[in-house]
Every structure is written in structure tokens, then in C-alpha cells.
Design a protein around this ligand. Structure first.
Ligand SMILES: N=CN[C@@H](CCC(=O)O)C(=O)O
Length: 338
């Protein structure tokens, strides 16, 4: 269910300062969620931001829980950035978050030793898929660009399907990620959002940027090879360790591959060094490289959405919440900056 935010909701997050205007003071909000598409159409904002605080897809992928916390961290930081000539809050509407608290409770209450534990989690992920798809559909139909803060990478599926339905055609995707998330169609989880979207015809071309060679199975590499006209990738090791490929050259190659139609921009925070996530890594792209990626693709006419996922800051660690919130907020503002 969509939990929409009013101006009053946002005000609880903003620390105002005399003589300054914060980004959050300028963003647009809705006054109700009736006729969402019509209301969104009436807004002057180009981007629509919302959160998906859930980690059921990560659990279903046998990962480490925690991705529910990124949304609050990101929102707090973003609303408190400066509104100025570089950053214009009025270009964004903050919608709210998809509330999956009941599903999260259900997931918690499942018996981990039951033979069908993962199957049951997969069914819960399908419920999330439906809601994410419908919201993406509505925002896309209103001709706005969604910015989604996850949550697990399972939500790529709903992003792709909803955008494709909203545009009445399959879309492409570029994914900044250590993993393909092209695992078997074995029940929904955070590791197969792209394979499901591909199989069902919502995803046309898929570019994976910066895969980690240690974490891509032989089987998946074979599948990618089979579909080489529609699926391509480069690796983190090729770019940053062996330095065979330049970062900027690779950004342009990825763009050339996907730019023939609207494309989604996915950033899995487990590709960024030392960001708390299910698959946290001590070796990965820097925060600044991720920012360059967000900025580069955000400027493209065909960019259809931005999804930042898998960050899992510890809610009891104020410094970590602050640091990750700030990182997500940089990525959002880089993406929307002209
Ligand atoms: N979205 C993440 N997908 C990774 C998860 C890795 C992990 O959690 O350890 C994958 O399935 O490979």
C-alpha cells in the first residue's frame, strides 16, 4: 500500500536554518492519493521519489536482511541538502513509501526450517512485485521519471515491468552491480529480477556494468553468451584491477548498447566499496565512480528511472545512517542535475 507524504510529513525531516533554503522545502508533494496519475500529471516536477523499505527479496535469496533502512536514511539526507542553482527541489515530487510492514511481519513469522520456507518468501515477493509494478506504471504513465530507493534488487522486476507497461513497450536496462541478478526462474528473490523480466518480454537489452568475476557463475556466463545480442557486460576487474578498459569508455559503450529505447538505471550499492549491504565488499567501485555513473546516465534523454537498492545501514548506528544517507542523496542529486 502506498503511504503518501504531505508537506507536514516532510517537515518532520527538515532542519531549517535561517537564511538558507533546504531542498526539502521546495519539493512538491500530493495532498491525497486519489487519481494518482492525474495528480502527478498536474505537478511541474520531472522526478517522482519514493521508497520501498523491504528486505524480503534479499531473505528469499538467502542473503543478509537489512535493506529496509536505506529509505529513511536517504530521505533525511536529501531533504536537508541545499536548494540552490545546482540543486532544485522543485524538480522533484516526494511521493512517500510502499508500506510492506504486514508482509515483513509475515516473513518474520515463517518457519525457517519448513521445507517450503523459500517458496513462501518468494510468494511474498510476488505481492511486492505487483505493487511496485503498478506504482511504476502510474508514474510512467504520468510522464514522470521515478526514483526508487530500495529495498532489495528484486524490485528491479517491478520497475522494469511497470515502466514497460507505462510506455507500452519493452525497455532496456543498465545495471551498476557486482552481480548479474540473472539467476534461475526458481521463485522470486533479489537475484532474479532481471531474468524474470527478460523471460517475460519486459526487458529487451540488459547491460551489466562492473560484474565481479568471482561472483558470476559459469552457468550464468553461458546464458549471457547465448543472448549476446541482448545481454552484455564488463567487469570490475577488467576496468579497475587489470585496467584493460577505461571507465569513461565503458560508460559510452554501455550507453551505445542500450540507447535505442528508454532504459532503466539500476545501482546496486553492493558494487560500491564498503557500503553495508547483503553482499558488502571491501573491493569495489568508489562512491565517486558510482556518482559519475548516476550523473552520466541521468543526463540521457532515454533514462526512464533510477533505482538505488540493497544499501542496508544499521539503524542503531547514527553515523552509518548518516554516511549512507548522504551517499544515496549524492546519487539522487547527480542523476537529476541538468
Ligand atoms: N541482489 C543481489 N544479488 C546477489 C546477492 C548476493 C548476496 O546477497 O550475497 C546474487 O544473487 O548474486
Amino acid at each position: 500500500m502506498l503511504h503518501f507524504y504531505t508537506k507536514a510529513t516532510l517537515n518532520t525531516y527538515i532542519n531549517t536554518r535561517e537564511g538558507e533554503t533546504k531542498f526539502g522545502e521546495k519539493v512538491d508533494t500530493l495532498s491525497s492519493q486519489e487519481n494518482l496519475i492525474q495528480q502527478l500529471k498536474r505537478s511541474d516536477a520531472k522526478y517522482v521519489l519514493f521508497g520501498i523499505p523491504e528486505d524480503i527479496g534479499v531473505l528469499a535469496n538467502r542473503g543478509k536482511a537489512g535493506a529496509t533502512t536505506a529509505w529513511k536514511a536517504a530521505l533525511t539526507s536529501l531533504l536537508n541538502t541545499q536548494d540552490n542553482a545546482f540543486n532544485k527541489g522543485k524538480r522533484m515530487l516526494v511521493l512517500g513509501h510502499l508500506d510492506f510492514s504486514e508482509l515483513l511481519e509475515t516473513a518474520k513469522s515463517l518457519d525457517r526450517n519448513a521445507v517450503d520456507y523459500y517458496e513462501q518468501l518468494g510468494k511474498l515477493v510476488e505481492v511486492i512485485d505487483e505493487e511496485v509494478t503498478y506504482l511504476l506504471y502510474q508514474i510512467t504513465k504520468a510522464k514522470k521519471i521515478p526514483i526508487i530507493i530500495g529495498g532489495g534488487h528484486n524490485n528491479a522486476y517491478g520497475n522494469i515491468k511497470g515502466t514497460a507497461l507505462g510506455k507500452s513497450k519493452a525497455i532496456n536496462v543498465v545495471n551498476f552491480d557486482a552481480h548479474t541478478d540473472f539467476r534461475n526462474l526458481e521463485g522470486r528473490h533479489s537475484g532474479n529480477g532481471f531474468s524474470y523480466a527478460f523471460k517475460q518480454g519486459f526487458l529487451d537489452k540488459y547491460f551489466m556494468f562492473g560484474l565481479h568475476e568471482n561472483y558470476t557463475s559459469k552457468k550464468i556466463l553461458k546464458t549471457i553468451e547465448l543472448h549476446s545480442e541482448r545481454i552484455q557486460f564488463n567487469t570490475f576487474e577488467g576496468i579497475k584491477i587489470r585496467q584493460e578498459q577505461g571507465f569513461y569508455f565503458q560508460l559510452n559503450s554501455a550507453l551505445t548498447f542500450i540507447n535505442n529505447r528508454p532504459f532503466g538505471v539500476e545501482i546496486d550499492c553492493d558494487a560500491i566499496e564498503n557500503v553495508p549491504s547483503s553482499a558488502m565488499t571491501p573491493s569495489g567501485f568508489s562512491a565517486n565512480k558510482a556518482r559519475t555513473f548516476a550523473s552520466f546516465f541521468g543526463k540521457q534523454k532515454n533514462a526512464a528511472y533510477l533505482h538505488l537498492c540493497e544499501a542496508a545501514p544499521n539503524p542503531d548506528d547514527a553515523n552509518e545512517m548518516y554516511r549512507i544517507g548522504k551517499l544515496l542523496s549524492y546519487l539522487i542529486t547527480d542523476f537529476i542535475r541538468k
